[in-house]
Design a protein around this ligand. Sequence first.
Ligand SMILES: [Zn+2]
Length: 281
Amino acid sequence: MIFNKTNYNLSHKRTEALSDMAAYYADTYCPAPSPVYPHIIAEALELPYTLNDYGGSFDGYLENKYGNFHAFLHVKGTDNLYSPRVRFSFAHELGHFIIDEHRNALLNPSTPAHGSSASLDSHFEVEREADIFAACLLMPEDRLRKDLLLKNTRKPCIASLITEISLKYQISFTAAMLRFLHLDYYPVMIVCSQHNKLKWLRYSEDFPFRSLHLGPGNQIPELSCAGEYFADGTKYQGKTETVFAEDWFILFNNSDRRRELKEYCIYQESLNQVMSLIWES
Ligand SMILES: [Zn+2]
């Protein structure tokens, strides 16, 4: 079953509210065609920040000292305020600073201090909200829709579209993929699997299938590209593969079995993790 704790879809209404809030800050402080730079917004909002190599214990951290906030950003090597990872972490911390509920929670002395990592797969709702805020801030809805309108084709290659978005907005493919999903432009599902088991999944409201065809212990379907990676290490790096609906999903209608889907995998070998982006072609 998929309707368990691995399904972290936020409500549509909440996502919209976060997107509108992020767009307001992006358009006020970094109007198009400028890219959105979180440090410009932080300076305008008088939120001080420090960049340093913190040894990787966090990507970003928002400190509250007696009502005074300060953002700390982890940088390594040649990272700077313009690097995709740092921009995303900074935008995430700005989310905690700007979203009323987060800010109020941080002002409460009983809230534990928190560092955030830009893993995009947090189990905690506030972290998920800050990630969505960050993605919407760096890729504001109107700008993105305008770009996608120009590329309107009937059967788009979603992986190529997301690659273009990630390059234009200088953001990681994973962050662009998350943003694309929340835009509801084209129905997609993202399945994150680790050690051959389902870790989490997210999907557009109108994605046609829901129930993953999982094996014992939430094992990933063998005939999926992700399943192949866990079975024998096969990788389709940078390639979009065709799979069938029956490879991934429990189907209730025989005629759905051979519906063609596309799967594009992002491999995170150090974590033994695969993210599958799935859409119907
Ligand atoms: Zn956070």
